[in-house]
Design a protein around this ligand. Structure first.
Ligand code: SF4
Length: 338
């Protein structure tokens, strides 16, 4: 069965946040000043167990989900991840099982995750300039470790490897061409992401956004590109390939070219809240019914009701002036993944 929301968008992707903790402190997501050592993260008992995640995922696939993405915080902080991956990979209807990570912990487990059934990885890497990388990871990342992990993921067959780059004017936009040059010809797909007003703590301003069309002009001034079709209707990235055959890049333009019309993504936080938009200001608690013994039919009713009523299209309705000045209380990105 494929359920559709109030705007006829199918439920196709489920993003599953495994925990709210991260070993980075990226200023646009988890600024150190807010998420310091004394910050109270969720306790183990507040987080869904792997069995609970599997149950929700099984119900979601029965309603049409075919793509599962594991995210965080940083999902590789979950040391039992391979067994969860194995369980999810065996669910009927799962065609795509991916992981988003900052890759600091990836190299030692890449092969184990691939053997468990993980199909591919998306790696967050905002710059190859050491200083800029350190600034954008909150001083906690190590560039060499991330680059080694990309090689380890390739050896393990976790491909195509996507490299997500959040582009912020005056922070890393001057280093984007060097990053693209590094990955040209590798088969890895770099996606340039417009800086977004996610959550409530990154002090987002419109003048920090480098519109994709401007980035496209910068790239094309160096390497001619041609547009290629989306892999599937709800795919977020606008895809291009180098005319000289050196591979593919993508642009994710939530601010200047929103794509809510085909958005097919639901998000599950690690404490069991289901959100129907990255910028949602409220979710639906699935943990309580789960722990009160709800069976899969009851869970399916809850999920269907949520999705059938869904009409989110924040990015289409975003008013940058409002987003700048009146921080609408939105769910924090570290709780649901990007
Ligand atoms: S703003 Fe919300 S509805 Fe629009 S594409 Fe993003 S997650 Fe989907």
């Amino acid at each position: 069965m494929q359920i559709r929301d109030a705007l006829e968008r199918p439920l196709h992707d489920l993003r599953i946040s495994l925990l709210d903790r991260c070993n980075f402190r990226c200023p646009y997501c988890m600024p150190e000043s807010e998420f310091h050592d004394a910050y109270q993260f969720l306790t183990k008992s507040e987080r869904l167990t792997h069995d609970e995640i599997l149950k929700i995922a099984r119900v979601a696939t029965s309603l049409g989900v075919s793509k599962l993405r594991l995210t965080g915080g940083e999902p590789l902080l979950d040391k039992k991840l391979p067994s969860l991956v194995n369980g999810l990979a065996q669910l009927d209807g799962v065609e795509d099982l991916a992981l988003t990570t900052n890759a600091m912990l990836l190299a030692p487990v890449a092969q184990t995750l691939a053997d468990a059934g993980l199909q591919r990885v998306t790696i967050s890497l905002d710059s190859l300039d050491e200083d800029v990388f350190r600034q954008m990871s909150g001083g906690r990342g190590d560039l060499a470790t991330v680059l080694e992990a990309i090689d380890a993921a390739e050896v393990a067959g976790l491909s195509p490897i996507k490299i997500n780059v959040v582009v912020e004017r005056g922070v890393n936009d001057h280093t984007i061409l060097d990053l693209l040059d590094h990955f040209r010809g590798t088969g890895h797909i770099v996606r340039l992401i417009e800086y977004m007003d996610v959550g409530n703590r990154n002090g987002w301003r419109m003048d920090q956004v480098v519109p994709s069309r401007e980035l496209l002009e910068r790239v094309e001034a160096r390497w001619p590109l041609r547009r290629v079709d989306r892999n599937y209707p709800g795919e977020v990235a606008r895809r291009y390939e180098y005319e000289d055959g050196q591979g593919e890049i993508g642009f994710i333009s939530s601010v200047t070219e929103p794509f809510c019309g085909s958005c097919s993504r639901a998000r599950l936080s690690s404490d069991g809240m289901l959100y129907t938009c990255l910028f949602a200001n409220q979710g639906t608690d699935l943990r309580e019914p789960l722990r009160n013994g709800a069976d899969e039919d009851e869970l399916a009713d809850i999920l269907s009701r949520i999705w059938l009523q869904r009409a989110d299209r924040y990015s289409e309705l975003r008013r940058p002036d409002v987003a700048e000045h009146h921080a609408l209380s939105k769910v924090e990105m570290y709780r649901i993944g990007g």
